[in-house]
Design a binder for this molecule. Structure first.
Ligand code: NAP
Length: 279
């Protein structure tokens, strides 16, 4: 069995999100990049959020424009309240509203627990958890203000939180990251409970091991990849496009009855594969 290859993913309907406005945070790299492009391919207008690499964000915008989509890049640190408020105000100004938030921006600052600094702890929680809180809060204000627009979507708005299998699986040396992601799970479920009566759908995608810059050392050599694949029953590392497809489906009316759910897209990583042979 090859550890890298898989057949190509079938395309989603080209009009899946036509007329909808999507904000994807951390959209200049990895999973966010693939998700912004996917949203554009299926008809959404897209805000490509980034914080550092403006050139990469502009390339994502160009790629969306090249196939006739509408997009622009917006720099904002998702952990900064004023910058998030301004980003949402600018989006409403430019695109009139927001229908879909993909809260994706995330970082790792790994350290053995006894050496973890307060800034490594705090920054990961600020970006991965507070960032999702701030973006969700500002998006929900607009969803509630606007309500359902018949003909656009059955929902008043959709939030897709990008979490991780590590909302469930402890991970030594990454206490900051695992705590941030388990926080994302409870944030997502609480918002889903609080706002579904107002037709706002909140769900999460929890990726397993996906081939992005964030975890490059885990897959960039054949040896590293083979060792990673031992933790994945399905026998391969995932691609960013597979997370993008899951996010686009969750944002669409095809999954209109899916509320407060985490969709694990992980090749079975959370199934305790070490128990496959005995235990
Ligand atoms: P990545 O390629 O490193 O991308 C991270 C993105 O987050 C970049 O676009 C980065 O923008 C952005 N970002 C970082 N800090 C930000 C901030 N303060 N404000 C706004 N944007 C910020 O990583 P990735 O693998 O695609 O990860 C995306 C999400 O998937 C993360 O939440 C991660 O935890 C989750 N995830 C990934 C995997 C995996 O295997 N790759 C598995 C599980 C979960 P700049 O480049 O401008 O800094």
């Amino acid at each position: 069995m090859g550890v890298t290859s898989h057949d190509s993913i079938p395309s989603l309907p080209a009009s899946l999100l036509t007329g909808q406005k999507a904000l994807v945070t951390g959209a200049n790299s990895g999973i966010g990049r693939a998700t912004a492009i996917k949203m554009g391919q299926v008809g959404a207008d897209v805000v490509v959020n980034y914080v550092e690499d403006e050139e990469a964000a502009k390339e994502v915008v160009s790629e969306i424009e090249d196939f006739g989509g509408r997009a622009y890049a917006h720099r904002a640190d998702v952990a900064n309240e004023d910058e998030v408020v301004t980003m949402l105000e600018a989006m409403v100004d430019r695109f009139q509203t927001i229908d879909i938030l993909v809260a994706n921006a995330g970082i790792q600052r790994d350290a053995p627990f006894e050496n973890m600094t307060i800034s490594e702890w705090q920054r990961v929680l600020d970006v991965n958890l507070t960032g999702q809180f701030l973006c969700a809060r500002e998006a929900i204000k607009e969803f509630v203000r606007r309500g359902v627009v018949p003909g656009t979507s059955n929902s008043a708005g959709k939030i897709i939180c990008i979490s991780s299998v590590h909302q469930l699986i402890p991970w030594a040396g990454r206490a900051n990251y695992t705590v941030s992601k388990s926080g994302v799970q409870m944030l997502m479920e609480t918002l889903a409970q609080e706002f579904s009566s107002r037709k706002i759908r909140v769900n999460a995608v929890a990726p397993g091991a996906i081939r992005t810059p964030m975890n490059r050392p885990a897959w960039e050599t054949p040896e590293a990849e083979a060792s990673l694949v031992e933790m994945i029953p399905y026998g391969r590392v995932g691609d960013p496009e597979e997370i993008a497809t899951a996010a686009a489906l969750l944002a669409s009316d095809l999954l209109d009855y899916v509320v407060g759910t985490t969709l694990y897209v992980d090749g079975g990583m959370k199934l305790f594969p070490e128990f496959l042979h005995g235990g």
